[in-house]
Each structure stands twice: as C-alpha cells, then as structure tokens.
Design a protein around this ligand. Structure first.
Ligand SMILES: *[C@@H]1O[C@H](CO)[C@@H](O)[C@H](O)[C@H]1NC(C)=O
Ligand SMILES: *[C@@H]1O[C@H](CO)[C@@H](O)[C@H](O)[C@H]1NC(C)=O
Length: 305
C-alpha cells in the first residue's frame, strides 16, 4: 500500500485500479435513487483518534446544493462537538453541547456557539467532500498534519432570532445556545461589508474593558461578569485535496485528501457567572496514556472526475 501523501506516481498503481473498480459501486451521482433524495446530504462516518489517544466516531456530512459541510464528534466525556462550514455565507460555526453535572444542580446540558469567518482554504470544498468514500470503515484515522492552535477572543454576541440573516444553519445548529452565541468584531466587519444586516450583532462590553475582567475560574461570586475560555479540537478533517498525475491524463486530477487536526480556544464574556444559559467548563480531565499509534495507512480516495 502506498503511504498517503505520495501521489506523484506516474503510472496506475494497484490502489488506483482498485479505485476505478470501486467508484462505480460507491459513487451514486446526484438524482439517482429516491427522487426526493436528489441533492440530499451525503454522510461519511470515520473512526478517529483524539489527541488524548482515545478513539471516537466522527460524522462528516456534505451538502453540495447548500454548499456546506458539517462535522460532528462525541468526546469520551460525552461532550458533543460540531463544526459547520457554510461556504455560501463565509461562516463557520463551532458548537459544544456539554453535559451538565446534575449533582451540582446544572441543567442537563449546556450549549455554546462560536461563529467566525470561514476562509475557503480551511477545509476542502463541499462538492469534493460529498464524493469522499473510504475503503476501510474500521480503520482508525489519525490526522496527517497538526495545524497550529488558534486562540480567539469572542467579543460580540449574535442575536439568535436574527441569526438566519448571517447563515441559515445558525437556527438549527445554535438552537440550544440561544443566549450563548459569540463572534468577533473583525469577522463582523467583514460580514457587514458583505451586506449582512447589523441587527444580527449585539455589542458586549468593549474588548478593552473585557481585558480588565477576571477569568471566570477566579471569580468567587456568582452574578459577577467574567471571561471564560473553552477549548475544542477538530480531531480529523479533510483540509486539502491531493492531486495525482496519470500517464494517460494531460492534467493532474483529484485523487485524495490530506487530513488535518486543529485546536481552537475561545475566550468569551459571561455577564453573570454560572447562571442558566452560561457555562464555563472546568478544564478537561485528561485520562490514561495514549495507546501506541497504529500503522493504519489507508488513504481516502475521491472518484476520478
Ligand atoms: C489539542 O488539544 C488536545 C486536548 O483537547 C491536547 O491533548 C493536544 O495536545 C492539543 N494539541 C495542540 C497541537 O495544541
Ligand atoms: C434580537 O433581535 C430582535 C429583533 O430585532 C429584538 O426584538 C430583540 O430585542 C433582540 N434581542 C436582544 C437580546 O437584543
């Protein structure tokens, strides 16, 4: 088996021959099958290794009509992380559904939504994602590249009832986080230039004032404003297309993906510490030693187009 990332093989390899055999079976062009299902989102379920070594299942959905991708994974502590890329609106949405600690009187779960500008080179296009298939669904995948962590200061609130003006996905994705949808001044400036209505955004205390606020972990009093931090990891996502050269083809063609892992952390303003609708999660508990890496080297392939 060729190692992933080596695509410059000039002649058809066994993997490519296998691919051409698999493609007619696996690639159902849009409109084939149930009539009502034309353009329906496609789903890929992959097993991924989290940064702490544990394995979880991740679901990746692509909707090429809506030009969007969504990714969902459950962490071992039960937290559900989701990521939505809306290419039409240059919006990406991170959502965390965090299980509450009932014995501490917290509600069943709490939700946070972080909305920032999507740059189109962050993840592969939805149309390519929709064609992605895997040959070995049992394989545990580990990202080929770890991208540098990104730390964001979320200094603007998003008004949920106006959210559809920013992205139609917001209504579904952030429905549980109505009072905890955050974005950033710099992204708001970009969207306003794109014609998004200003009523979507609500000012929080200015960044300069927020700097003076304590970290929520250091505030004793409930009811006092503070700054929380929440970190999450996109354990595995297709971040780039790979191109191959074929003997019989004049131009390079798409033949696979490169996978990435990236951590994000968000600082956000909480008007009143630990009231319903706000959540300042405790630092995640690390557990156990990571199992040794496997020799899994099965690439994902895109059908030849
Ligand atoms: C990403 O976050 C995880 C915890 O979620 C941590 O174990 C890992 O070391 C972080 N990786 C980087 C590159 O910061
Ligand atoms: C959100 O927007 C609606 C409609 O403009 C407005 O009535 C409502 O007061 C806003 N919510 C907040 C919390 O400002």
């Amino acid at each position: 088996m060729r190692p992933p990332g080596r695509c410059g093989v000039p002649r058809a390899s066994p993997a490519l021959l296998l691919l051409t055999l698999l493609v007619p079976l696996l690639w159902a062009p849009r409109g084939v099958g149930a009539g009502a299902g034309a353009g329906a989102p496609s789903e890929l379920r992959v097993r991924v290794r989290l940064p702490d070594g544990q394995v979880t299942e991740e679901s990746l959905q692509a909707d090429s009509d809506a030009d969007s991708i969504s990714l969902e994974l459950r962490k071992p502590d039960g937290t559900l992380i989701s990521f939505t890329a809306d290419f039409k609106k240059d919006v990406k949405i991170f959502r965390a559904l965090i299980l509450g600690e009932l014995e501490k009187g917290q509600s069943q779960f709490q939700a946070l939504c972080f909305v920032t500008r999507l740059h189109h080179n962050e993840i592969i296009p939805s149309e390519a994602m929709a064609k992605l298939r895997q040959k070995n669904p049992r394989a545990v995948r580990q990202a080929e590249e770890v991208r540098g962590p990104e730390q964001m200061h979320m200094d603007i609130a998003v008004n949920f009832s106006q959210g559809a003006l920013l992205s139609p996905h917001l209504r579904n994705v952030c429905a549980e986080a109505v009072d905890a949808i955050y974005t950033r001044q710099e992204d708001v400036r970009f969207w306003l230039e794109q014609g998004v209505d200003g009523s979507v955004f609500e000012a929080l205390p200015k960044a300069s004032e927020q700097v003076l606020l304590p970290r929520c972990g250091h505030v004793g009093d409930r009811g006092k404003p503070c700054i929380c931090r929440y970190g999450l990891s996109l354990a595995w996502y297709p971040c780039m297309l790979k191109y191959c050269h074929g003997r019989d083809r004049p131009a390079p063609y798409k033949c696979g993906i490169r996978s990435c892992q990236k951590n994000y952390s968000f600082d956000f303003y909480v008007p009143q510490k630990q009231l319903p609708g706000t959540h300042c999660p405790s630092p995640s508990r690390q557990r156990g030693c990571p199992p040794p890496p496997t020799t899994e080297a099965l690439a994902l392939f895109l059908p030849i187009t």
